[in-house]
Ligand binder design. Structure first.
Ligand code: NAD
Length: 253
């Protein structure tokens, strides 16, 4: 076990996109990382680990399936055993699958909610007993969950809509221990998820969408990572139970 005063952050879905950008940013800022990678995913955790290491950070990479309670519990406990503490938990892992309502089987619906909604709760539940004064939880929601209608994504919308509710409840429940909990609501961010043409916009769709975004570009994973890092830092010490929309102005135009 390594004991040090440097904070430790656990991140689900850390091998790509927003999770990888955040692990890299934390590495640069001296936050040690318990990085969860999904073994069934094509993203190469070795390449992600090399990127975080090159940023000067200390990271422990562990397999993680947020749809499986035993996997989440093992991820958190192995991370805490290794580093000796846990300060921040970022429930970032998520999936996106298109489904017209006529084809929305119970199985599809439940599989989505199991990852994008219950997966968030599992991460926070496993972490809760390790958290003390100054700790911070952040969950990644989506504009599709509240302020932006998107066809063929009813299950994704339902899961993402519920995430800020989890954060509001935990903000009140954990405040007496000095633990904060907030959600980040990204707009269109260029990551493997949004570049997937089959289930999301794909490269051409993103380029087209950029024109209707007031800031005239889609988001970069780093745009979200910096907001998450703000929410876990002492800079936001009086901010809890909130949901920050980070979308380049897409939903206010
Ligand atoms: P991404 O596909 O690069 O990242 C998602 C990560 O979750 C991947 O590393 C994947 O391996 C992991 N994952 C998938 N299933 C998992 C499971 N069962 N257990 C553990 N990990 C699992 O895409 P991203 O855009 O970086 O997504 C990060 C989060 O941001 C997701 O929750 C996503 O829904 C949300 N989001 C993304 C956008 C966008 O435009 N990209 C917009 C709003 C919200």
């Amino acid at each position: 076990m390594t004991i040090s005063s440097q904070p430790v952050a656990a991140i689900s879905g850390a091998a790509s996109g927003i999770g990888l950008a955040l692990a890299t940013l934390y590495a640069r800022r001296g936050v040690r990382v318990i990085a969860g990678y999904y073994p069934d995913d094509p993203h190469d955790p070795a390449a992600a680990a090399a990127q975080v290491e090159a940023a000067g950070g200390e990271a422990l990479w562990l397999p993680l399936d947020v749809a499986d309670t035993a996997s989440v519990d093992a991820f958190i406990s192995q991370g805490v055993n290794h580093f000796g503490r846990l300060d921040y938990v970022i429930a970032n892992a998520g999936i996106l699958r298109c489904s017209p309502i006529e084809e929305m089987s119970d199985e599809r619906w439940n599989a989505m909610l199991n990852v994008d909604l219950t997966g968030v709760m599992r991460c926070f539940r496993a972490a809760a007993r390790h958290l003390g004064d100054g700790a911070s939880l952040v969950a990644i929601s989506s504009i599709a969950g509240g302020v932006y209608g998107w066809q063929e994504h009813a299950h994704y919308a339902a899961a993402k809509a519920a995430v800020p509710g989890i954060c509001r409840s935990l903000a009140v429940e954990l405040a007496p221990r000095g633990v904060r909990c907030n959600a980040v609501i990204p707009g269109l961010i260029e990551t493997p998820q949004s570049l997937d043409k089959q289930n999301s916009l794909g490269p051409e769709g993103l380029a087209k969408a950029a024109k209707s975004i007031p800031l005239q570009r889609v988001g970069r994973p780093e745009d979200i990572a910096r907001v998450v890092a703000f929410l876990t830092s002492a800079e936001s010490s009086y901010l809890t139970g909130q949901s920050l929309i980070v979308d380049g102005g897409l939903t206010v135009r």
